[in-house]
Design a binder for this molecule. Structure first.
Ligand SMILES: NC(=O)c1ccc[n+]([C@@H]2O[C@H](COP(=O)([O-])OP(=O)(O)OC[C@H]3O[C@@H](n4cnc5c(N)ncnc54)[C@H](O)[C@@H]3O)[C@@H](O)[C@H]2O)c1
Length: 248
């Protein structure tokens, strides 16, 4: 049996990058998916056929979340999985970060994650239980130079995940955070030269492909992870394994 057979998942930030890869992976694992983004998810949904439906979902807007959950239940009968994947970054040193940029990042990454959990959880309860996977980052566990707002928002996701896990366990809902290191998407915007060299310092010596993160998300969403909740799961090529540069 496929890992997500019979499950319905709502995936945010699904128009491209890791969200689109998760959509493909979840459907390959037997799920039906609702895809939301501020960008157009329709091309990804079309590719996946009857197993996918797309809508505009700005994760900062409550009414968009309510519509997404309603679409999952009306189209597919229930909602079992939320993948809170949408995110943005603004790169600047602390001393040059405007309040506007700080708030924009926190609004999408942190408030968006909160709203998603609060609005989707009642549907997961109606479904008899489920799983929430919140995409944080290694930047949700350690500092990220030139990304103060990103680091703040991703640490918030790490903490909110644990609080939600404690509160929602009684309903059969597991909540875990997923912490990728560098992933080769538009967010990183790597040149060919950077792709080849910039991650050589890692134990695994390379940047992650989107499918590698999607497979971890699918695992956390699935019953294979049935005793995991409140966990912070790294998929970082070893970047947080310990001090690097000692590999002599
Ligand atoms: N790329 C990396 O190196 C990396 C590393 C660690 C964690 N992450 C996290 O992984 C997640 C996916 O990022 P990605 O690498 O695929 O980048 P990406 O920029 O390709 O994808 C992010 C998606 O989120 C969408 N989005 C932005 N604001 C939104 C909003 N308000 N509502 C709904 N959707 C919105 C974007 O339109 C985009 O499709 C993010 O949470 C990111 O912070 C990325």
């Amino acid at each position: 049996m496929k890992r997500l057979e019979g499950k319905v998942a709502l995936i945010t930030g699904a128009a491209r990058g890791q969200g689109a890869a998760a959509a493909r992976c979840f459907v390959a694992e037997g799920a039906r998916v609702v895809l939301g983004d501020v960008l157009d998810c329709a091309p990804v949904a079309r590719e996946l056929g009857d197993a996918a439906v797309a809508l505009t979902l700005d994760v900062t807007r409550e009414e968009h979340w309510l519509a997404a959950v309603a679409l999952a239940e009306s189209r597919f009968g229930a909602l079992h999985v939320l993948l809170n994947n949408a995110g943005i970054v603004r790169v600047a040193p602390l001393l040059e970060t405007s309040l506007e940029d700080y708030r924009a990042v926190v609004e999408v990454n942190q408030t968006g994650c909160f709203l998603g959990m609060r609005i989707a959880a009642p549907a997961l309860i109606r479904a008899g239980g489920g799983a929430i996977v919140n995409v944080s980052s290694t930047g949700g566990l350690e500092g990220v130079p030139h990304s103060i707002a990103y680091s703040a928002s991703k640490h918030a996701i790490t903490g909110m995940t644990k609080t939600a896990a404690i509160e929602l366990g009684r309903y059969g809902i597991r909540v875990n955070s997923l912490h990728p290191g560098g992933v080769d998407t538009a967010m990183l915007g790597l040149s060919d030269e950077q792709r080849a060299n910039a991650f050589a310092f890692l134990p695994l010596g390379r940047v992650a492909g989107v499918e590698e993160i999607a497979r971890v998300a699918a695992f956390l969403a699935s019953d294979d992870a049935s005793y995991m909740t409140g966990s912070a799961v790294l998929a970082d090529g070893g970047s947080m394994a310990g001090p690097l540069g000692w590999n002599i």
